[in-house]
Write a protein that binds this ligand. Structure first.
Ligand SMILES: [Zn+2]
Ligand SMILES: [Zn+2]
Length: 300
């Protein structure tokens, strides 16, 4: 798919759904030609039909966003410094995912192979507030950690267009299943995006969203609190992480291969418990977690 979605902006995917492990990438055909992210599928460059690529602007380190970077050796690659270590080194990548802590090596190796890990260079760090000038198009870098520490979205303020990367408005999100994910950061990042009042969102896994954008973002944010309420409900009784994982609060259902869903379910809960412990809403006694408050969020 190579589809125009706005002036000078094209949405690209080798698979029309954009569903993980696929993704939508975006090509901006301006004085400087830029790609926002590259997907896992190695046939991706065919979609461009030899169009020039001067810049690759990576939203974050995940392989469904950086997978074909190496197929553009002439392009300058940009990413946020907090995600660069995981792009450059497999050890760091595994640390970001949490495999040092909770994965068995079989799962780690299987996953690394499946997502085709290749180290990739980054030529230029980007920072919050920086403007990437492509000619007529000016993209503002908005640092939006939570999904990953260096996750960024890119805002074309003049046209109200937000490239929202993995703040993707899919039913799988908001996703915070890496060791280096952070729920408080995720809440702050979505709140920051709501305040930008984008008119159009170009999501990496949902594509073009142009109706009720603010309401959809608010609903998306709300899901974090819904997860939190369910966790607090279970933690009325002392519960260890294995028992909590079995409740499938985050995914609802584990698909095949369930070992992967179980792993990310557990990591998401660990990341969420970090927030609840920090806020004093949960305490840990031995291996068990128990809630210290009867407070729950009011969710519509
Ligand atoms: Zn991601
Ligand atoms: Zn993604």
């Amino acid at each position: 798919m190579f589809m125009q979605v706005a002036d000078r902006i094209y949405m690209l995917s080798t698979n029309s759904s954009g569903k993980f492990p696929s993704s939508f990438c975006f090509y901006i055909d301006d004085e400087k030609k830029a790609l926002i992210d590259t997907p896992l599928d190695r046939s991706f460059p065919d979609l461009l039909q030899e169009r020039r690529v001067d810049l690759i602007i990576n939203s974050h380190f995940h392989r469904d966003h950086t997978g074909c970077n190496d197929l553009f050796p002439e392009a300058t690659i940009l990413a946020h410094p907090l995600d660069i270590p995981a792009m450059e080194s497999l050890d760091e990548f595994c640390y970001y995912y949490g495999f040092h802590h909770y994965g068995n090596s079989e799962l780690r190796d299987g996953l690394v192979k499946w997502i085709g890990y290749r180290p990739c260079r980054v030529d230029q760090p980007i920072e919050d507030g920086e403007i990437i000038n492509l000619g007529k198009t000016k993209l503002e870098v908005i640092h939006t950690p939570g999904h990953s520490p260096g996750h960024c979205v890119f805002f074309d303020r003049a046209h109200g267009i937000l490239f929202s990367a993995d703040i993707d408005l899919t039913s799988f999100g908001p996703w915070y299943g890496n060791w280096t994910s952070d729920v408080d950061d995720m809440i702050d990042s979505i709140t920051k995006i709501i305040k930008l009042k984008p008119e159009i969102i170009l999501s990496s896994h949902k594509g073009l969203i142009q109706n009720n954008v603010t309401a959809k973002l608010k609903q998306y944010l709300q899901r974090i609190y819904e997860n939190e309420n369910r966790i607090l409900e279970v933690l009325a009784q002392p519960t260890n992480i294995d028992q909590l994982t079995e409740k499938k609060i985050i995914y609802g259902k584990w698909y095949e291969p369930t070992i992967i869903f179980e792993y990310f379910e557990r990591l998401s809960l660990i990341v969420h418990l970090r927030r609840l412990l920090k806020k004093g809403m949960v305490k840990q006694i031995g291996e068990d977690y128990i809630r210290t408050t009867s407070f729950t969020h009011s969710c519509k």
